[in-house]
Write a protein that binds this ligand. Structure first.
Ligand SMILES: Nc1ncnc2c1ncn2[C@@H]1O[C@H](COP(=O)(O)OP(=O)(O)O)[C@@H](O)[C@H]1O
Ligand SMILES: CC(=O)N[C@@H](CCC(=O)OP(=O)(O)O)C(=O)O
Length: 316
């Protein structure tokens, strides 16, 4: 072998080694996710995408990428979406006054038509479109389809009095058949929070956090992830931005009466989920790009994690 031949051979040998080194941080990142991915293989993960985290185009695309990543990594993601800000805008355009009582939208018959049009015809279609940019994966449905979510009229109690807030539903039954068939077929179900009515032939408006929690429990999901527009549950909101990183069901139950506005259905949903078989429920910051992957790819996680009281091996 000539000297120049042996020189070029040794250069050739060095190059792949150098390339391997530059890719090492990427490999380490993937390996850090390995225990999480192993534990979640074949498991159902319900992800609630909130209206306020959903107003930015780049965030929406990154969200779709994260969900498709989970799907390809062997998990079974189910997306439940809200659309509060989008509904408020549409009601405004229709000249329908929108108000909230006990954290829920007072929904007249006319408002219900707009809610259904926005959630099923606009927000859900957009999410399905974004997910399907990555392949024939997402199928949209509402709780009306195949009796997925059934509800009866919800009347919250405000200062001891039952209050009529129109067509707002309280979930009475979940039929997971359609979602499970889609998951078995390798699809990603995208569910709008509208329920079929148990009382008449119309539909009900259901808070999307509540719908996601009920579905997570009925599907026996491993995890419920609620994306929102804050870092997580603040300990002393609005006075401090100290995020509670982990709390048990009982600790959360004690905190519930102190919570305000949008956090109420979210944390009630997390509590319901972990008390009904879901191993962890997390509130994470949907304003951060790829927040779902960040939650998985960092050992400590981000946001707030709620765990059942009797902690087993499955609580991390
Ligand atoms: N303890 C708390 N920690 C964090 N946020 C809180 C707390 N209490 C009330 N909030 C409010 O809840 C909001 C999140 O709920 P919401 O606006 O309904 O979100 P989404 O549109 O994602 O469903 C936050 O932006 C914040 O204003
Ligand atoms: C009864 C009730 O309040 N329904 C909600 C449904 C959408 C929702 O929950 O959207 P976010 O998750 O974006 O808040 C509403 O009409 O705004």
């Amino acid at each position: 072998m000539s000297q120049s031949q042996s020189q070029s051979q040794s250069q050739d040998q060095e190059q792949p080694t150098a390339r391997k080194h530059t890719a090492l941080p990427k490999a380490r990142t993937l390996i850090e996710a390995l225990p999480w991915l192993t534990r979640h293989q074949g498991k159902t993960v319900v992800i609630k995408f909130g209206g306020n985290a959903m107003v930015d185009e780049e965030l929406k695309s990154a969200f779709a990428q994260d969900v498709v990543f989970l799907h390809h990594a062997g998990l079974k993601p189910v997306v439940v979406h809200g659309g509060g800000p989008q509904i408020s805008k549409a009601l405004d355009r229709h000249g329908i006054v929108s108000e909230f009582k006990a954290g829920l939208r007072v929904t007249t018959e006319d408002a219900m038509d707009v809610v259904r049009m926005v959630l099923a015809g606009q927000v859900q279609r957009e999410l399905v479109g974004l997910l399907n940019q990555h392949g024939p994966l997402a199928v949209g449905l509402t709780g009306e389809d195949a009796h997925t979510i059934t509800a009866t009229k919800h009347q919250p109690r405000i200062e001891g009095e039952l209050v009529d807030i129109g067509r707002v539903g309280e979930i009475t039954e979940i039929d997971t058949g359609a979602i499970e068939a889609l998951l078995a077929d390798g699809r990603i179900p995208v569910v709008s929070s509208i329920a079929r009515s148990q009382d008449d032939h119309h539909v009900y408006n259901v808070n999307a956090d509540t719908a996601a929690a009920a579905l997570a429990a009925a599907l026996d999901a491993e995890t419920l992830m609620v994306l929102t527009d804050v870092e997580g549950l603040y300990e002393d909101w609005p006075n401090s931005d100290e995020v509670i990183s982990r709390l048990t069901a009982t600790e959360l139950e004690k905190l519930l009466p102190e919570l305000a506005s949008g956090m109420v259905p979210k944390m009630e949903g997390c509590l319901y989920a972990v008390r009904n078989g879901v191993h962890t429920a997390r509130v994470i910051d949907g304003r951060v790009q790829h927040s779902i992957l960040l939650e998985i790819f960092t050992d400590e996680g981000i946001g707030t994690m709620v765990v059942p009281d009797a902690e087993g091996d499955s609580t991390t």
